[in-house]
Design a protein around this ligand. Structure first.
Ligand code: IMP
Length: 180
């Protein structure tokens, strides 16, 4: 069985392709930037993005939208994670967190699947902490500052896929479409 993942992010695509193997699902790739409506709700953004994209893509596909939510920053950058990463990046988040004791944060992923008729969404969450400094050289995005049980995602490499928000959301999708 093949299902298409629409993303411009190669790191995400690699992670998701590896997850498909367990379910006998081949993950195809449409490497594409798409319009993301602005908003405060990740699920709504993912759903609307998929609805917009469905006008151009003739087969079933999914996309995934994720965000980093930092408790001491009242959930910032959340739905604005992509813009914040491009502007202030990991250095900027670490600066905002200087002197802050409560480092709690979580990643949230929403997968939106277009089945040819309608959109269905699946979510996944992983709780962790913002590290005091960047550590590790694997992964992408906020991985060097997101600590899960003492190690950052960027220090883990493939092991990240066992715990990640994306894994939880994508596995719900794969289980839904494979009936397993
Ligand atoms: P988007 O889902 O592609 O819009 O991602 C939002 C932002 O969060 C981007 O800057 C990504 O690099 C970052 N991001 C998404 N997922 C992860 C992850 O698993 N680890 C680290 N950063 C991530």
């Amino acid at each position: 069985m093949e299902v298409i993942f629409v993303t411009s992010n190669e790191g995400k695509y690699r992670e998701v392709r590896a997850m498909g193997e367990k379910y006998g699902i081949e993950v195809g790739w449409i490497r594409k930037e798409y319009l993301e409506p602005q908003g405060n709700d990740l699920e709504e953004i993912a759903r609307m993005s998929a609805e917009l994209l469905s006008k151009d893509i003739n087969s079933p596909f999914f996309l995934e939208d994720s965000g980093l939510f930092v408790k001491a920053l009242n959930g910032f950058p959340g739905p604005y994670s992509s813009y914040v990463f491009k502007t202030i990046g990991n250095d900027g988040i670490l600066k905002l967190m200087e002197g802050v004791e409560d480092r709690s944060a979580y990643f949230l992923a929403v997968v939106a699947y277009w089945d040819g008729e309608k959109v269905r969404t699946f979510t996944g969450k992983v709780e962790g902490k913002i590290s005091r400094e960047m550590r590790g050289d694997k992964g992408f995005g906020y991985d060097p500052i997101f600590e899960y049980e003492g190690r950052t995602f960027a220090e883990m490499g493939e092991e990240k896929n066992e715990y990640s928000h994306r894994r939880k959301a994508v596995e719900k999708l794969f289980s839904y479409i494979s009936g397993r």
